[in-house]
Each structure stands twice: as structure tokens, then as C-alpha cells.
Design a protein. Structure first.
Length: 319
């Protein structure tokens, strides 16, 4: 059926697993709601997406054939299909949000469960509707995300405390994230999956390093313990206005940082590895260029999200 409503609804569902959503959702959470919660969500998201992408490249199932499937989205068509990383992200983020926020924030549990269910269902169904995944891909992604959550949710506090307090944490974080990206890819053909994974690992490393620097210099982003449990009832028009202003200014800074780093790192990587820089699109598909450019660019974005932008807010009186 050619329903415009369903098309826009499931396009929204697909966007809940794309970069535009992440660059709005995580910053909003960290700058305006609860940095403690935001950091832990990012730790879980990085592991879920990393393991999902690696599993795709091990199983190597192709996307559903078209025809009979009608593909309404082609951006990720070069990636393998099993499991659906959109379904994994669309399951892990709302469930982790519920697990981490319940008891810390005051809201009815039923509201949290309904929100998590609707979010998860919308993302999972959107991948089938868009023709990008089979039902089996989506079910596997859903179950895989739950399995990863069962393993990682109990240790997320330990990981966050390590990132904040351990003296050599930045060195270990950067080395680990780099190694994970370099040793996990043996692609027979180029796909968006390698770059996306490097992007996610870079972002995770940047956020963790930014958190560590905040801790060392005493820049406190977490709500004070005496304000717990937190409540949404204190939302005023002025507070909402400040939150939107923070999001607008902060996201503009992140996007400028991303553009600047991309402009600097691609030619630099081409020069270092002696790759012709005439055709940027082809050069970017080479592993020697793609991995450093994605790591450095998104590592800087993650670091800016956690440290540079909050410092800017502090400086201009918006914190």
C-alpha cells in the first residue's frame, strides 16, 4: 500500500538509528538533562553498535533481494544485513534509558515501558517497511541487543568510573578503540560499515576522554546528589528556552568541528599514506584514509560534546 502516513512514520523510525538523531539526542541528554545518564547510554550504544557491525561482517548475509522487496532507502545498501544494527540500537537505547533512569528520575514506570516499547517497535518495523531487512534480521538484532544489555548493564558503572578516575584512562581508551577498529575488519569489498564503526568508536573514545578531563579539572556536569531523584515537573518556559539555546549553539559547534576536522584529516591521511587526493571519494574508501579520518574527526566531536561545549556554556553563562 502506498500510504504517505506510513512512509513518513517509518522514515522517522529509521532516523532514530541515524547520525542526525544521535547528534541531537546525546547532546540534549548530556547538556540539558543528566550527563551521568548520557555517558552511560553512550557506553552501551558504542558496544551494541560495534558488536552488531562486526557480527554483520562475520555472517555476511546480503540485503533482501529487490524485487520482490521494494527498497525505499538505499544509503546502507552496501552493508551486510544480519543482524539489523538499527533494530539493535532501537532496542538498546530505550531499554538502557529505562533501566538507568528509573529510580533516578521520578516518572511512572508504565510511561517508561510504553515509551521503550513504542520506540523499539517503530525502529524495528521501519527496517522491514523500508525494505532494508528481513523479519529474521530484525528479530536477531532485537535479541542480540538484549543479550548485550544483560552483559553490559551491570558493568556500565565500573566502566564509567574507570573512564573518569583512572590516571591513564585516556591512553587505554584511545588504544582500545583504535585496536577494535583496526583488527575487526577484513572486508572483501568496501561498505559503509567500516566507516560507521570507526565513527562510533571514535565518538565513544572522545566522549570518554572528555569525561576524564572534566573530572580532572573539576568541571561538574552531573546533577548534585542532593537533587536526586530528578523530576521533570520543574520545567519552566525560561528553562526550556535555555535548553533549546544550549542545543542550538552546541550542535552548531559540533558540526563546525566535524567539518573542520574532515577538511584537515583527509588530505593529511592521503599525504601520509601517499594516496592520490584528486578523487576524494575514492581516497576516502581506502582503509588507510577512512579509519584515521573517521577516528580523529568523530573523536574530536565526542570530546567537544563532553568538554569543549560545556566549557563554552560555562564561559558564556549558559551552564
Amino acid at each position: 500500500t502506498r500510504s504517505r502516513f506510513l512512509y513518513y512514520l517509518f522514515s522517522l523510525g529509521t532516523e532514530l538509528g541515524n547520525e542526525l538523531f544521535y547528534i541531537l539526542f546525546f547532546p540534549f541528554c548530556i547538556w540539558n538533562l543528566d550527563a551521568w545518564l548520557g555517558r552511560r547510554l553512550i557506553i552501551i550504544w558504542v558496544w551494541v553498535m560495534y558488536l552488531g557491525q562486526c557480527t554483520k561482517d562475520v555472517i555476511r548475509w546480503p540485503r533482501p533481494a529487490s524485487p520482490p522487496v521494494v527498497k525505499l532507502e538505499v544509503f546502507y545498501n552496501s552493508e551486510y544485513s544480519m543482524p539489523s544494527t538499527h533494530a539493535m540500537s532501537g532496542t538498546a537505547i530505550p531499554l538502557a534509558l529505562l533501566l538507568l533512569s528509573h529510580g533516578r528520575w521520578q516518572y511512572p514506570l508504565m510511561f517508561g515501558l510504553i515509551l521503550a516499547f513504542c520506540w523499539c517497535a517503530l525502529v524495528c518495523c521501519s527496517r522491514i517497511y523500508m525494505g532494508m531487512h528481513s523479519i529474521l534480521d530484525v528479530i536477531a538484532g532485537f535479541l542480540y541487543a538484549i543479550l548485550i544489555l544483560i552483559v553490559f548493564h551491570p558493568v556500565v558503572d565500573l566502566i564509567d568510573n574507570f573512564n573518569l578516575t583512572y590516571k591513564y584512562a585516556p591512553l587505554i581508551i584511545i588504544s582500545l578503540h583504535l585496536a577494535l577498529g583496526i583488527f575487526s575488519f577484513t572486508l572483501d569489498t568496501w561498505s559503509t560499515s567500516r566507516g560507521d564503526t570507526a565513527q562510533i568508536l571514535g565518538c565513544g573514545a572522545g566522549v570518554a576522554c572528555g569525561s576524564h578531563v572534566n573530572y580532572v579539572i573539576g568541571l561538574k556536569l552531573d546533577p548534585p546528589p542532593d537533587t536526586l531523584p530528578l523530576s521533570l515537573s520543574s520545567l519552566t518556559v525560561a528553562a526550556f528556552g535555555r535548553a533549546i539555546l544550549r542545543l542550538l549553539i552546541g550542535v552548531v559547534v559540533l558540526l563546525l568541528m566535524k567539518v573542520a576536522m574532515k577538511k584537515a584529516t583527509i588530505p593529511l591521511a592521503c599525504k601520509v599514506f601517499r594516496i592520490p587526493a584528486g578523487d576524494v571519494r575514492r581516497a576516502r574508501q581506502r582503509m588507510e584514509v577512512e579509519l584515521p579520518y573517521r577516528y580523529i574527526t568523530y573523536g574530536t566531536v565526542g570530546f567537544s560534546l563532553m568538554f569543549v561545549v560545556p566549557c563554552l556554556f560555562h564561559f558564556i553563562g549558559l551552564s
